[in-house]
Design a protein around this ligand. Structure first.
Ligand code: TYM
Length: 334
């Protein structure tokens, strides 16, 4: 298996990103066999599709790399790098731009959502973003791409681009990448409103647990998290219509690495007065070591940058033959 995935360096990683994406990456790395390769990268080029402040993009990239390392991505086993340091991504992006169709990109829901009625004033990069994403995975002949549900359509587009490229140029260059949307990767919702995603753009910091939060802050946010006055039922079916209660049980289950029904089997009949402290204890026990490693890594940014440079060299070597074959396929031999 060739596993490839990326994350935008937006800064301030929270529990939703951790339980929804990064925990899966670490699990895949840990389950890797001798013939498998894992590549994980910071999609710093994708960040340019939105307005950026240079110093912030730079700091966020180092911080996100530190976060991935703190969460357990091991640069001795996985190839960890930032996209901008491997120019083959942008080169393949251009070759694939000749294959991707305007109509395909026009149908991307993320483009439609983000561009809304103001498409004319958006960056060209926001529109062509999924072509670069296709290049990211096809460059390494990825077989599996672990992502959240919101990225599924982008992966389908990568498959369409790969199929058309292979067909148009009569080559068998790109295998079709499979999106891996783990059922264990839950959608973590805001602590203040069970109907919206936990997100770094929520103006209320109390809506999310940040990976950098202290034990006291974690406990305080969970104590104040919105819940209800009922007791916990015996199965998840009993949580219907109780979005906040379901979210807290989901978080508990994801942190413990068990199914929500297993959490309920243990806590059925308890109210949130008893459940929340148990959840806080579990959250602190899981997140404190991540935070402590992250704090240490943030104190040694040159070491983080060196880890990325090391990964970029390995990624460049892996990408070179595919890029060369793609150039030859389209007639760029000289
Ligand atoms: P990004 O940076 O928005 O998100 C990174 C990963 O986290 C998942 N995710 C979530 N999963 C569950 N619950 C949530 N609340 C939640 N929020 C985010 C996303 O689905 C994603 O898997 N375009 C990509 C980055 C990218 C990429 C790639 C991914 C660029 N090239 C190639 C895979 C392969 C993005 O913006 O993800």
């Amino acid at each position: 298996m060739r596993i490839v995935s990326g994350i935008q360096p937006t800064g301030n990683l929270h529990l939703g990103n951790y339980l929804g994406a990064i925990k899966q990456w670490v699990a895949m790395q840990d389950a890797m066999g001798p013939d498998d390769t894992c590549l994980f990268f910071l999609a710093d080029l994708h960040a340019l599709s939105q307005p950026v402040v240079a110093a912030e993009l730079h700091a966020n990239t180092v911080e996100m790399a530190a976060t991935l390392l703190a969460c357990g991505i091991d640069p001795a086993r996985s190839i960890l790098f930032n996209q901008a340091r491997v120019p083959a991504h942008t080169e393949l992006n251009w070759l694939l731009s000749g294959t991707a169709r305007m109509g395909w990109l026009n149908r991307m829901t993320q483009w439609k959502d983000k561009a809304g009625k103001s498409g004319e004033t958006q960056s060209v990069a926001l529109f062509t973003y999924p072509v670069l994403q296709a290049a990211d995975v096809l460059l390494y002949k990825a077989t599996h791409v672990p992502v959240g549900h919101d990225q599924k359509q982008h992966l389908e587009l990568a498959r369409d681009i790969a199929t058309k490229f292979n067909g148009d140029f009569g080559v068998d260059l790109f295998p079709l990448p499979e999106p891996l949307i783990s059922k264990a990767a839950p959608r973590i919702m805001s602590l203040r409103d069970g109907s919206v995603k936990m997100s770094k753009s929520d103006p209320s910091d109390a809506s999310r647990i940040n990976l950098i939060d202290s034990d006291d802050v974690i406990a305080g946010k969970l104590r104040k998290a919105k819940s209800d006055a009922d007791v916990l039922p015996e199965t998840v079916a009993g949580l219907e219509g109780r979005a906040e209660a379901l979210n807290l049980v989901t978080i508990y289950a994801a942190l413990a690495g068990v199914k929500p029904d297993a959490v309920l089997a243990e806590h059925a009949g308890k109210g949130f007065g008893a459940f929340k402290p148990a959840l806080a204890d579990l959250a602190i026990a899981t997140l404190a070591p991540v935070r402590d490693r992250l704090t240490a890594l943030l104190g040694d940014r040159p070491a983080v940058a060196a880890a990325l440079a090391h990964g970029a060299a390995k990624a460049t070597a892996l990408a070179a033959p595919t890029l060369r074959a793609a150039q030859e396929a389209v007639g760029l031999h000289l």
